[in-house]
Design a protein around this ligand. Structure first.
Ligand SMILES: [Ca+2]
Ligand SMILES: [Ca+2]
Length: 359
């Protein structure tokens, strides 16, 4: 009996202590376990704010606007070179990661372009059995014959997507901090909109990639590929495409921020993954667009005139001097808006007024 009384006493003391702690931690409306509607609404609002605003680990850098020389003599489609003025804006310090994109998908149920079945009407003459969800995966073979046909190292893999980067047997476990890949332009745009941001113009992108430097150096970090023997970007070493010697530590994507930041504190502006920009692609710059340029009204690529293409910037882990030098300063890339691969990602920007309105 004494033992039973002791147990009851301990339980009661425990309940009293927990009730005191509970009373201190929660507002009075909750202390009777009957939560008020106001408290529920406040909680919902907090959760919604967390869902729809910047992910906690997304660091943004405020870029002070200015005028810079945009373009490059090294790349015919990065001309004419002209002075461009950019307003202040915010930019993500890193490429958008798998973890960040996963939160977007969890919150919205969003299905990426690569995960959707293809409409046979959009592909007349193609066997409908081949029109399955999937994406292009870098799959080099040992028997590459020249660089003219890039299909030699790209393979369409059914069910490859942002969370199955190499196909259905693969996943992003352990790669949460790597850049998300296999995103089409509208996927990147949807993510940006969900976070209240937008995709950068290529002028904004190049202005920030230069890191505040006005030099005409070959690389965004200077004229030497390496600094003190260290690689400055995740690109390709070895014999492209089949023999990657991995001197920089990575054969595919690297975690964002694994390489040194530029003068603005931005990571991976060269290499790792290509980054979507909002401009339509055309093979030259409009000399009249010199103030916060947003690019042409439509796309035109002489190599594929019927494809709708947007600009991509910065190159990827597949860039090298043998095949693709477009990780270098001022270089441009281009992508058909629905074409996804495991070396294309993005980062977001925000207008200063957008940030001010949140505060
Ligand atoms: Ca590499
Ligand atoms: Ca990049």
């Amino acid at each position: 009996m004494k033992l039973l009384k002791g147990i009851v006493k301990i339980v009661l003391i425990g309940l009293l202590i927990s009730k005191q702690m509970y009373a201190q931690e929660l507002p009075s409306c909750c202390t009777d376990n009957i939560v008020s509607r106001a408290a529920l609404l406040a909680q919902h609002d907090r959760e919604t704010q967390q869902d729809s605003k910047f992910a906690p680990e997304t660091q943004m850098i405020l870029i002070q606007g200015g005028t810079f020389s945009m373009g490059s003599t090294r790349f015919p489609d990065a001309q004419i070179i002209r002075d461009v003025t950019i307003s202040d804006f915010w930019i993500d310090a890193t490429e958008v990661t798998n973890a960040q994109f996963a939160r977007f998908v969890e919150a919205t149920g969003y299905i990426t372009v690569a995960e959707r079945a293809l409409n046979p009407q959009d592909f007349p003459g193609v066997n409908p059995d081949l029109l399955v969800p999937g994406s292009a995966v870098y799959s080099p073979t040992d028997a590459v014959n020249g660089f003219q046909n890039h299909l030699q190292w790209w393979q369409f893999v059914p069910s490859a997507s942002w969370h199955h980067p190499e196909g259905p047997e693969s996943n992003i476990s352990g790669r949460e901090n790597h850049p998300v890949v296999h995103v089409a332009y509208e996927d990147a745009e949807a993510y940006a909109k969900w976070t209240g941001k937008r995709l950068p113009t290529e002028a904004e992108w190049e202005y920030t990639a230069r890191g505040g430097s006005d030099s005409n150096a070959e690389f965004y970090w200077g004229n030497d590929l390496k600094i003190d023997g260290k690689w400055q970007a995740n690109i390709f070493q070895g014999t492209f495409p089949e023999n990657n010697t991995k001197e920089d530590g990575y054969t595919h994507t690297a975690p964002v921020g694994a390489f040194p930041p530029n003068g603005y504190g931005l990571y991976d502006m060269s290499g790792n993954v290509w980054e979507w920009c909002s401009d339509f692609y055309q093979p030259s710059y409009d000399p009249m667009q010199t103030s916060d340029p947003t690019g042409p009204k439509s796309s035109y690529d002489p190599q594929e005139p019927r494809a709708i293409k947007r600009v991509q910037r910065g190159g990827s882990f597949l860039c090298n001097d043998q095949y693709c030098e477009r990780y270098k300063a001022g270089a441009r890339g281009k992508g058909e808006v629905n074409s996804t691969t495991n070396h294309i990602g993005f980062r977001c920007v925000s207008d200063v007024t957008t940030i001010q309105n949140r505060e």
